[in-house]
Write a protein that binds this ligand. Structure first.
Ligand code: NAD
Ligand code: DAU
Length: 350
């Protein structure tokens, strides 16, 4: 490994973030530029439908922010970026991230999430990168019954093509630690919400549909539970894992905010002063995980991390962000989004 001591101690770290133009990536880059102003952040992003480089347009003239358009599965490009930019650490967030799209078409999930991660790991091994943070997800654990929490030792039991692809990537990253002694840290976080989230995901979909007086498609009986965390709290968690995590370890992050989908949808309608008649129970997601809930005590104890946002205030602030950004919504909901929306919801909402 190249100078392992650089991570967590040096002022001038050079960090490659992948997927920096997506939802979590945007929030990570924006937050870390202000919290770690001496670091150089190189953002490698393929710019899929989910990316929005304009989210970071104000950083264009920032000499410590560099954007590279490209695929994490492009071996030559990735090696070139690691070497030419003298990268110390990699935070791997790039992925196909939407469960419903993985049901419509799993292939790209295997290509980007599994093969892409392996190519990136190989390049990092060759370049002797000091630390690799694999941003995984709590969905690798599968579904919980009415009680209990996911801990880091809960057996992996992914249900969807998306979560199976993330479990594969997560385990491959850990295998590079065990087999090649690479410095790898894995994070597994619950459902994020906040500004800049693409409106295919539940919370921004409910907000943007309600703003337009369109139906809110709630899958099944609306009783599925997610443990919501503000994206800023995930960003501080990944930073703590990068700086303080122990090689070979996995850290769960969650907001201790379990909510039923139907209750979240009703909260959004109430804030927007829209009627509950907009709610529409539709055909359930295939293989729909019933409940996620995270035990984040290891991250709290070993990384000194804790979430700063409470869900009710965070959701209200998120609703205000979408209301204040109609052009952003208009742009993301045009083009490819319309085709996806018709395919996913056409029959369900008919
Ligand atoms: P997103 O879909 O909003 O963004 C993904 C980004 O990755 C996009 O900018 C896209 O262009 C880029 N990308 C996709 N494939 C790529 C490739 N082959 N090469 C380079 N770039 C590529 O996703 P998100 O919600 O911001 O999630 C980011 C990461 O966090 C993912 O790895 C996801 O699995 C994980 N995660 C997400 C959540 C959540 O609630 N959103 C929770 C836990 C973990
Ligand atoms: O738990 C972490 C995961 O959270 C991340 O790894 C994924 O990248 C992220 O997409 C998210 O996965 P979910 O499937 O939990 O999130 P989604 O926003 O798609 O759905 C949240 C819940 O809302 C889920 O129970 C399904 C339901 N839902 C979703 C949509 C899009 C609906 O009822 N209607 C909808 O239209």
């Amino acid at each position: 490994m190249r100078e392992a001591a650089r991570v967590g101690t040096e002022m001038d770290m050079r960090v490659l973030v992948t997927g920096g133009c997506g939802f979590i990536g945007t929030n990570v880059v924006r937050r870390w530029r202000s919290e770690r102003p001496d670091w150089t952040l190189v953002n490698l992003d393929k710019l899929t439908y989910a990316a929005n480089p304009e989210n970071l347009a104000d950083l264009e003239r920032d000499p410590k922010y560099i954007f590279v358009r490209g695929d994490v599965g492009n071996e030559e490009l990735v090696s070139h970026v690691l070497e030419s930019r003298k990268i110390d650490a990699v935070v791997h967030m790039a992925a196909e991230s939407h469960v419903d799209r993985s049901i419509l078409g799993p292939g790209i999930f295997i290509e980007s999430n599994v093969r892409g991660t392996q190519v990136l790991l190989d390049a990092c091994k060759r370049a002797k990168v000091s630390r690799f943070v694999m941003v995984s997800t709590d969905e690798v654990y599968g579904s919980l019954g009415p009680t209990g929490l996911f801990t880091e030792s809960t057996p992996l039991a992914p249900s969807s093509p998306y979560s199976a692809s993330k479990a594969a990537a997560d385990l491959i990253a850990l295998a590079y630690h065990h087999t090649f002694e690479m410095d790898v840290v894995v994070t597994r976080c619950s459902n994020n919400y906040g500004a800049f989230q693409f409106p295919e995901k539940f919370i921004p979909l409910m907000i943007t549909n309600a703003m337009r007086d369109e139906s809110l498609p709630v899958y099944g009986d609306g009783g599925n539970v997610r443990d919501w965390i503000h994206v800023d709290d995930h960003a501080t968690g990944i930073l703590a894992a990068l700086e303080k995590g122990k090689a070979g370890e996995t850290y769960n992050f969650g907001g201790s905010s379990e909510r039923r989908n139907i209750d979240v949808a009703k909260q959004i309608l109430a804030q927007l002063k829209k009627p509950e008649t907009l709610l529409k129970f539709v055909q359930d997601r295939a293989g729909h995980d019933r409940r996620y809930a995270i035990d984040a005590s290891k991250a709290k104890r070993d990384l000194g991390w804790s979430p700063a946002h409470d869900f009710e205030n965070g959701l209200a602030e998120t609703v205000r962000w979408y209301v204040g950004h109609p052009e952003w919504i208009e742009k993301t909901r045009s083009g490819e989004y319309r085709n996806y929306y018709d395919k996913q919801y056409g029959a369900r909402l008919a």
